[in-house]
Design a protein around this ligand. Structure first.
Ligand code: G4P
Length: 533
């Protein structure tokens, strides 16, 4: 295959949802329909089932499983599909946000009973920020869910994206009969099954065909005709272009656990989802077709085996061909490295790869060389845009409890935060360290890992802070004054950016009002302004 054909054949995406909506189930079913696994249940869930902090090692272990399922690749209809797995657990939300920088599109799973939930909203915010194309899969139609029209209205309102249903359900719950595919004019009758690997569809070029009554009964035939008429009147016709721009989300209905609606989703996905896209950098836009290899690290996973300190850095290839054993330039360290055992993942099997193309993700064994956002090139230096840090939700001060091990603590906390386990804010002068996370769990994980991997001991002192804001101003004097007046709340992030840590949203609003010359940004790249709640 030529280089261009290699690129064109790839589709790299992520499945996202609020926990329990069915992400793991749908991932597995896509692999089953794609022929990557033979029986359902073959892929281990990386779902973190327990969330009590005392179980955190168990959680880390379960999280370890996600190394194997971090990227799952399979061939389907002459395309190579790369699914990037994202942790569902809220405490690992930052991991998910970063993984979204490495995908070209997403499938968002929504539970038809619960509708749009908290995590769905946040994840969509990240997708909108990057204009990532989204397909919505409304799951669990076998349960007594909400009215589909109301669900779409809720999605439009809550997720701020226009929807276009491509399939439409005939009833739901115990009377669920199947879906009508408006896009392809086919009827897919519901038969619960966990092992069936293809949908049996009947083509209906004319919905007025009386055959419909025979198949689903008079009442439901009338209802689906009315619904489809209404949909065609209310929703715009589907435009792939608008979907690719991230302006509209096509919607599918189904039941992942019953293997229902999965094939329709997969078939449409391979038809419409984008091929590997380029990435913005601080210098220029990189096109996938450029001959020189450029890749960036979006995730670092520590090996939880204490005997092996190595980590796996996941690198998304943006352009060119990646080759095993070839020297690449590490832009931040200004040093060249080569990788003799890069790995890729096929379903749950890890194997060494000789070459990889734009859209692919390779796992590189790392002994502390990489930091999230690092770039490998064939010589050029730049930073990839679009891997911002968001404000953590919980802040605690890191207190060293063994002054003899200060160096170990410093090294440990730097490396763990390079991995993206948490965010580190440092105050100068004084070198006070605040750690920010989205969940309590990380503090225990950090404490445990500092002790076991670096021999350092610490404790965490809670802080009454609620939000980090990256600040800047075109008026240097005003910025300097603000920094001086607010010095107890001013810290630096890992890249040396100035951050104001607000004690409350009320306080933050007041500071914003009092300091019109200072820009307060809610992520480190200043692209979108998150609403203050
Ligand atoms: P997640 O990764 O988004 O967190 O969700 P996951 O796939 O684990 O699914 C959460 C629960 O919802 C699972 O049940 C799963 O079987 C169920 N589920 C998924 N799809 C459907 C569907 O179409 N219909 C119905 N009724 N249920 C569905 P569980 O009891 O938590 O786990 P399990 O013991 O069944 O594995």
């Amino acid at each position: 295959m030529s280089f261009t054909e290699e690129i064109n054949s790839r589709k790299t995406f992520g499945i996202i949802s609020h926990p329990d909506a069915g992400k793991t189930t749908l991932t597995e079913k896509l692999l089953l329909f794609g022929g990557a696994i033979q029986v359902a249940g073959a892929v281990k869930s990386n779902k973190i089932k327990k969330s009590t902090t005392s179980d955190f090692m168990e959680i880390e272990k379960q999280r370890g499983i996600s190394v194997a399922t971090s990227v799952m690749s399979f061939h389907y209809k002459d395309k190579l599909i790369n699914i990037l797995d994202t942790p569902g657990h809220k405490d690992f939300a930052e991991d998910t946000y970063r993984t979204l920088t490495a995908v070209d599109s997403v499938i968002m799973v929504v539970d038809s009973v619960k509708g749009v939930e908290e995590q769905t909203r946040r994840l969509m915010e990240v997708c909108s920020m990057r204009k990532t194309p989204v397909i919505v899969f409304i799951n669990k139609l076998d349960r007594e869910g909400q009215d589909p029209f109301e669900l779409l209205e809720e999605i439009e309102k809550e997720l701020k994206i226009k929807t276009i249903p491509l399939t439409w359900p005939i009833n739901r719950g115990s009377s669920f009969k199947g879906v009508y595919n408006i896009h392809r004019s086919t009827l897919n009758l519901f038969k619960p099954s966990t092992q069936r690997v293809s949908d049996e569809t009947i083509t209906f070029s004319d919905l007025n065909n009386p055959e419909l009554e025979t198949l689903i009964g008079d009442k439901d035939a009338k209802k689906i005709r009315e619904d489809v008429e209404l949909i065609q009147a209310v929703f715009e016709p589907f435009s792939r272009e608008e979907y690719l721009k991230g302006n509209v989300a096509p919607v599918f209905f189904g039941s992942a656990v019953n293997n229902f609606g999965v094939q329709e989703l997969l078939d449409t996905f391979v038809e419409i989802a984008p091929m590997p896209r380029g990435r913005e950098t601080d210098k220029r836009f990189i096109e996938p077709s450029e001959p020189k290899m450029i890749g960036f690290v979006f995730k670092i996973h520590a090996n939880i085996d204490p005997k092996h300190r190595d980590r796996i850095a996941f690198m998304r290839i943006v352009s060119g061909k990646f080759e095993r054993g070839k020297y690449y330039h590490h832009s931040r360290l200004n040093k060249d490295f080569r990788f003799n055992t890069p790995v890729t993942f096929l379903a749950s099997d890890k194997s060494i790869v000789d070459e990889a193309f734009p859209g692919d993700v390779v796992g590189l064994y790392d002994t502390g060389t990489f930091k999230i956002g690092d770039v490998l090139t064939e010589g050029e230096d730049f930073q990839i845009r679009g891997i911002p840090s968001f404000s953590p939700e919980i802040f605690k001060e890191l207190i060293n409890t063994d002054p003899m091990k200060s160096k170990q603590l410093e090294k440990g906390i730097t490396q763990l935060t390079d991995e993206g386990v948490a965010q580190l804010f440092t105050q100068q002068p004084g070198n006070r360290k605040y750690v920010g996370t989205v969940g309590e769990l990380q503090f225990e994980v950090i404490q445990y890992r500092l002790q076991h991997e670096y021999g350092a001991s610490c404790r965490f002192q809670p802080l009454s802070l609620t939000r980090a804001c990256w600040i800047r101003s075109s008026n240097k004097q005003k910025l300097d004054d603000f920094i001086r007046f607010k010095q107890t709340n001013i810290m630096q992030d890992k890249d040396g950016n100035i951050v104001y840590l607000a004690p409350s949203d009320w306080f933050l609003k007041m500071e914003m009002g009092n300091n019109p010359d200072i820009e307060f940004h809610f992520n480190s790249e200043f692209k979108t302004e998150r609403e203050i709640v």
